[in-house]
Design a protein around this ligand. Sequence first.
Ligand SMILES: Cc1cc2nc3c(=O)[nH]c(=O)nc-3n(C[C@H](O)[C@H](O)[C@H](O)COP(=O)(O)OP(=O)(O)OC[C@H]3O[C@@H](n4cnc5c(N)ncnc54)[C@H](O)[C@@H]3O)c2cc1C
Length: 297
Amino acid sequence: MLAAAGFAKGGLIRCNERRDSRARLGDAGLKPAAFDYRAPRTLDEALQLVDANREAKLLAGGQSLVPVLNFRLASPPLLVDLNRIASLAGISRHADGGLVIGAMTRNRAIEKSELVRRANPLLHAAMPYIAHPQIRNRGTIGGSLAHADPAAELPAVCIACDAELSIARKGATRAVRARDFFRGFFTTALEPNDILVSIRFPAWPAGRRHGFVELSRRHGDFAIVGVAATVEDRQARIVVFGAEDVPRLFEETLTPETPKDVRARCAPRADHHASAEYRSELIEVLTRRALQQAAGA
Ligand SMILES: Cc1cc2nc3c(=O)[nH]c(=O)nc-3n(C[C@H](O)[C@H](O)[C@H](O)COP(=O)(O)OP(=O)(O)OC[C@H]3O[C@@H](n4cnc5c(N)ncnc54)[C@H](O)[C@@H]3O)c2cc1C
């Protein structure tokens, strides 16, 4: 699709040739502003491209990025397509019994994975809540985490599981805990020359239980509020998402008052989906339900 819209120039594809942002859609033929397009086959090549072009954007499943480009909310001069880098996709067991999931692994592959179902029941439970099957067929775990929508399911699950994100830039790799990765509204610890490579979920201890609940207007919509929780004995990790600018982690010793306490410490936002008061009520109700789910009630 992209290639058909442009022309090859030494491996570079030029899309929507008129760069002039005043170009009328009819003249240019495509919705996004003009951009160059590269599809490297190795991570090293991709890292070099983003290192040399700090304004470049990475293309994963395109489910969030393409609408942003089409609405011209972003006009990057270069798109670096990660889809041909085979090493970025896949699900495997870590030596510690946990999981390692490549950033370019499609959400549908995670949802359907028997290994994920056995090794991380919370991740397995959350997957069907992400959008619709058609979007999960293309959308990737890395794209979802990098996009950092405050109402997205995967950031909350990664924080609840204390997952660790492996991030590469030219000549260096670093690990960032999920709880430290989300910095603000659609903002993460990623720098322009970084590529999220994989996500490591620590082993799931025997006896750990989980709960996952969310409320959205229709199935497949982003959550108005959601809660992901893990419980071991009376210790809980409760992550509230959709309420504030970033998913919020509460590490609690459970008491009957826990749902009320969590509610009291959140400062939910208001938007066209729900008032702050409504979200506040939801936080308490959904926290209670997630904990009841975890208790098998
Ligand atoms: C109708 C609709 C409903 C949706 N509902 C939900 C929902 O309920 N819950 C939900 O969680 N999501 C939802 N989504 C979003 C969907 O899950 C997207 O797939 C996801 O947010 C982005 O993943 P992607 O692979 O498509 O990334 P892209 O759109 O390709 O990229 C998103 C952003 O991440 C960056 N990026 C991608 N990969 C990397 C990487 N490896 N390293 C660094 N940066 C990277 C890109 O540069 C871009 O800025 C919905 C989308 C649509 C269109």
